[in-house]
Ligand binder design. Structure first.
Ligand SMILES: Cc1ncc(C[n+]2csc(CCOP(=O)(O)OP(=O)(O)O)c2C)c(N)n1
Ligand SMILES: [Mg+2]
Length: 676
């Protein structure tokens, strides 16, 4: 639908404090116009919600405009980065887009910028570096950091604006992010919108160390600044200085804005928890009428009223258009889960086979990627000079430098968010988790931020998460787990689990060129389990499909990871001792699943065995059995057999761990018992 032309006034989306010296009245009028639009639209949205025309939650920013509008006007929208929160409609309006587009988001109609897949204000404009928030507070800070660093690395003097509230400031991500931003010296403004409450909880019940949140900056080696969001002109001056300083120094700053929460947490909030008179006191300080009066003295009431009328009329015409826009349809939803991937061009190296173990093959693949792909970078704990806990990155720092191969602090969530931001900014980070187990620290970033990105906003998020997984090495319950079904229960992740050096080499290249987050499971027990020839394989993308390792008649065996070795030995035993043969498949790709060849095999053999190292209940085998039996039930001659670990934490002592996980002997025993 055609959008109405915005009032000429809205063409100006920028402001500099210097204008206060030579063009004060016009600068303040411009600021007021945006504040008026923001307030009127927030109020109108509340009304539409109460009329039942909008769904979900409506969290207005009434009382935040006095600092938010100046800040958004001061930001350089051509190069800066932001992720606005649920109080920041004004930021969205000023940053980019037509009012109709923002309204379409609220109406969740067919033209919504998130294709109606995300709720009110959970949108952004990735092409213009406005990153759509996820609800989990604190998580977006590090994504802003990564996206801003991507701009800086491409030569822009960008600043990132990471917004959060007093409530959100208690999350662990805030600590991780502030520390990381200071460490990496990233030009970030950490904007704390302190409106005194997190939902119903006052700041006095949130912090013991005082409510002067800007002071937290000092603990991270940063500067802290506080502004009173009811004094708009002072905000303009301070914010301009702060932003210019961050831009110039590339040092992060904490900016606390003392705001007012005029309308409670959300549309349904009755605000019963407020003290008597508290609400009236808020309204008495409301920056919008206060600032209006100031502007009226400068330009006259007539001019202000004319602009207000024009803005109100424009807003109403936009509401009409958004209301008349058709409802969304589910078309394309499933196809949009993953971003399309364009294959990259690779040099045909190594041309001659090299004898490598799986760890060395991964090192070679990383080396190849860093050599051929300038947008690649590697991050993780101890991966620099030390070469990583398993020495997979050995020598890479030396050869490719600290800008591209760098150690991270113990902050899995912020480092993953940072990598997501870099991925959104044109880089392709490869993040090593020291042990797969520690990726639980980044579950929100991996499964809710990265994995949903393309579905939510259409932006590709090319990332590889390297996950040293699996047990059998007496590492105990926190260094031995198989987490594939835990992670893959969430949509939007691809996953590879190679079992040979060549497959590991191929898998890393295949994962790297994906435009989606890919989990690369690396079994620690396979890292140094013998060498095999590794060579450039033009057909390396075949790793996305299973490989058939043996052919037979009796049953189809499906497995992956270290269990491929055990299954090979166990099936060889049956072949040699009993002349019973199996079709044996190494699954290799766990997501997306390509079961075509395995289905054909099950059709032929009529029997199915699934073997994996992860726990049995909710294990990956449950999904495999379900898929293969629901589509081939009639072909089955026997109930399928599932061999997996016990439903326990991974026990430490070797005797206990042997009892916990499948071994060659146990696999043989269970197959023999099943054969009857
Ligand atoms: C990590 C997390 N926990 C809980 C919530 C639910 N929640 C949404 S908004 C909110 C209050 C946030 O308070 P604050 O950060 O001060 O922002 P405000 O709403 O006051 O602007 C809560 C608890 C959430 N979104 N994220
Ligand atoms: Mg708050």
């Amino acid at each position: 639908m055609a959008f109405p032309n915005p009032p000429a006034f809205l063409a100006a989306r920028d402001l500099r404090a210097a204008e206060l010296e030579n063009n004060r009245a016009e600068a303040l009028l411009r600021t007021y116009a945006w504040m008026h639009l923001t307030r009127t639209m927030d109020n109108r949205i509340l009304e539409l919600f109460r009329q039942g025309l909008l769904r979900g939650t409506v969290t207005g920013g009434q009382g935040h405009e006095g600092f938010l509008v100046p800040l958004a006007l001061i930001a350089d929208k051509r190069t800066d980065v932001a992720s606005f929160t649920h109080r920041d409609l004004g930021g969205h309006l000023i940053w980019s887009g037509h009012v109709c587009e923002h309204l379409n988001q609220y109406f969740a109609n067919a033209d919504s910028p998130t294709k109606a897949r995300e709720g009110n204000i959970h949108h952004g404009d990735p092409a213009n570096r406005s990153l759509p928030m996820i609800s989990h507070l604190g998580v977006m800070l590090s994504t802003v950091m990564g996206r801003t660093d991507a701009q800086r690395r491409q030569g822009d003097a960008s600043v990132g604006f990471a917004f959060f509230g007093d409530g959100g400031s208690s999350t662990g991500d805030v600590h991780e992010s502030m520390n990381l931003a200071s460490l990496l010296s990233l030009p970030i403004v950490f904007v704390i919108e302190n409106n005194g409450y997190a939902y119903s909880t006052p700041v006095s019940e949130q912090f013991a160390a005082g409510t002067e949140l800007w002071k937290r900056a000092l603990g991270y080696g940063m500067e802290g600044v506080v502004v009173d969001a009811t004094d708009v002109e002072a905000c303009i001056r301070t914010l301009d200085t702060v932003v210019a300083k961050v831009r110039r120094t590339s040092r992060p700053i904490v900016l606390e804005a003392r705001t007012l929460r005029l309308r409670g947490h959300a549309a349904y909030d009755t605000c019963d928890y407020l003290q008597p008179g508290e609400s009236d006191a808020f309204f008495a300080r409301d920056p919008v009428p206060k600032f209006r009066a100031q502007v009226v003295t400068l330009v006259g009431a007539e001019r202000v009223e004319a602009i207000e009328t024009e803005l109100n009329t424009f807003l109403e015409s936009c509401v009409k258009i958004a209301l008349a826009t058709p409802r969304p349809t589910p078309a394309g939803m499933e196809a949009d889960l993953f971003a399309p991937t364009q294959p990259l061009t690779w040099q045909p190296t190594p041309a001659a086979p090299q004898s490598l173990n799986l760890a060395q093959a991964l090192n070679q693949a990383l080396r190849k990627i860093l050599t051929e792909r300038p947008e690649s970078l590697i991050l993780g704990q101890d991966i620099g000079a030390y070469g990583g806990a398993f020495k997979i990155t050995e020598g890479l720092l030396n050869d490719f430098g600290r800008a591209r191969v760098f150690n991270t602090p113990l902050a899995e969530s912020a480092c993953t968010g940072y990598a997501i931001g870099m991925a959104l900014g044109g880089f392709r980070p490869i993040e090593e988790f020291q042990f797969a187990d520690f990726c639980t620290e980044a579950t929100t970033q991996i499964t809710l931020n990265a994995a949903t990105m393309h579905f939510r906003c259409g932006a590709p998020c090319p990332l590889v998460f390297r996950l040293p997984a699996g047990g059998g090495l007496t590492f105990g319950s926190f260094h031995s787990q198989e987490l594939e079904s835990f992670l893959l229960a969430m949509p939007g992740l691809k996953a590879l689990y190679p079992s040979t050096p060549q497959d590991a080499f191929n898998a890393l290249l295949a994962a790297y060129e994906e435009n989606n987050p890919v989990l690369l499971f690396e079994h620690k027990g396979l890292y140094r389990r013998g060498k095999a020839p590794v060579v450039w394989d033009p057909d390396f993308r075949a790793v996305w499909k299973p490989r058939q390792l043996a052919t037979g008649d009796f049953a189809t065996v499906v497995t992956y990871g270290e269990m491929v070795l055990l299954a090979t030995e166990a099936t060889a035993y049956f072949r040699d001792e009993y002349e019973v043969s199996f079709d044996l498949f190494d699954l290799r790709a766990l997501s997306p699943l390509d079961l075509t060849a395995i289905e054909a095999s099950v059709q032929r053999t009529g029997r199915l065995i699934v073997i994996h190292e992860g726990r049995r209940t909710h294990g990956f085998g449950a999904e495999l059995l379900a898929r293969l039996t629901e589509s081939h039930f009639a072909a089955l001659k026997a109930a399928p057999l599932r061999i997996a670990s016990l439903d326990l934490p991974v026990p430490f002592a070797p005797e206990l761990e042997q009892a916990f996980r499948p071994t060659k002997e146990k696999i043989i025993d269970q197959i023999a018992a099943w054969m009857g």
